[in-house]
Design a protein around this ligand. Structure first.
Ligand SMILES: NC(=O)c1ccc[n+]([C@@H]2O[C@H](COP(=O)([O-])OP(=O)(O)OC[C@H]3O[C@@H](n4cnc5c(N)ncnc54)[C@H](O)[C@@H]3O)[C@@H](O)[C@H]2O)c1
Length: 340
């Protein structure tokens, strides 16, 4: 049994990873400031091997990390639109915040640190099957901060501090904190709710994709390897590469009712990349299990049963905008610490 501290534990991947690490018999410390609500941890609270550390990653101290065996560092503003809200904030959380967590972990004597990076660091790839050796070409603030964090923590790896990073493909599938701003999830929700889904940007662009449980499995697989195999190593984590238009057809084929596909022409999103997952297979013996069809079905069933939040919290940038607007309204009407 290891003591694992997961930052971003209240997020889409984080909630799935907490579940998986507890199931595997580990002790879990869930570090998050819970932008999407602490209720997401409710089902874990009775587990004696689970505890919560409610803090901002930028305020983490060495003493918070003493006695931890593995830090899995997921906390971040987690996509391009959220990253564009305020580029300085994105740098302060996604780059400096994560560098700070890694530094605090190293000085606390934590032996292993795993960063959640992203295939979006590849940006616009000229070649197909981009490997971990291919040049990065981050196109957005989110991708740039992610890349800087990755480079920073990789250099910190040494004999006593094993550092790895997962370059995750775009994630899909059902989780406790649901995200409907991810392409498969959004297409499925729209098809179920409106009988129609939209392909943005022409649909020719490539994206690597991976199920949320497979991302959690990759973190667990890295943590189980001898350090010599994974220290200062990056791993692309994904299952399949899809062109977005073909993805829309796969979503439609896996729903038991007619769905209209609408294709919109070019947009501002220039991302187009197609990644190779060979290194994870060779070094970790890791293979992603769950495909798009599986996710479409589980999301459809959950929506049908009313088991999934469909509100604004599930569209990350909308929720962050809402929090910023709410803060402004409250600050204008609050007097001597009171609203009413
Ligand atoms: N979901 C994807 O498609 C995808 C793909 C590639 C990489 N990633 C990376 O994986 C990680 C997790 O993504 P996700 O989809 O679970 O995102 P998410 O938005 O669901 O979760 C992020 C979590 O981090 C927390 N957080 C944000 N800023 C924080 C701060 N300053 N201090 C403490 N907690 C903070 C939030 O409260 C949230 O619970 C991110 O680093 C993201 O960049 C995600």
């Amino acid at each position: 049994m290891a003591k694992i501290l997961i930052t971003g534990a209240g997020g889409y991947i984080g909630t799935t990873l907490v579940d998986m690490a507890l199931d595997a018999g580990h002790e879990v410390v869930a570090l998050d400031r819970f932008f999407f609500g602490e209720h997401l941890m409710r089902d874990f609270l009775n587990n004696k091997r689970f505890s919560v550390l409610k803090t901002d990653i930028r305020d983490v101290s060495q003493s918070d990390l003493e006695g931890i065996d593995v830090v899995m560092d997921l906390a971040a503003l987690s996509n391009d639109p959220a990253g564009n809200l305020n580029p300085d904030l994105t740098t302060s959380i996604n780059y400096k915040g994560r560098a700070h967590v890694a530094e605090a972990a190293k000085s606390a004597g934590v032996p292993r640190y795993i960063l959640a990076s992203s295939c979006s660091v590849y940006g616009f790839g000229e070649s197909t099957d981009l490997t971990e050796e291919s040049p990065a070409n981050p196109l957005t603030e989110y991708a740039t901060s992610t890349y800087r964090a990755e480079q920073h923590v990789m250099e910190m790896g040494d004999k006593s501090f094993c550092v790895s990073a997962t370059r995750n493909a775009t994630v899909f599938g059902l989780a406790r904190r649901m995200r409907f701003d991810l392409v498969v999830n959004q297409m499925t929700r729209d098809a179920v709710q409106k009988g129609r889904l939209t392909v943005m940007g022409g649909g020719e662009q490539w994206r690597p994709l991976v199920h949320v449980r497979d991302v959690a499995r990759a973190f667990m697989a890295i943590a189980e390897q001898p350090t010599g195999k994974v220290n200062q190593q990056l791993f692309n984590i994904g299952r399949d590469n899809y062109q977005i238009r073909a993805l829309a057809f796969t979503v439609r084929e896996n729903l038991p009712f007619p769905v209209t596909i609408e294709t919109l022409p070019d947009n501002n999103d220039r991302r187009n990349y197609n990644a190779s997952f060979e290194k994870a297979r060779e070094v970790l013996g890791y293979k992603a299990k769950y495909d798009v069809a599986f996710a479409v079905n589980e999301i459809y069933q959950a929506i049908k049963k009313g088991d999934v939040d469909l509100g604004s919290r599930t569209v990350t940038v909308e929720w962050y905008r809402h929090l910023l607007d709410a803060q402004q309204i409250v600050s204008q009407v609050e007097l001597n610490g009171r609203i009413l």
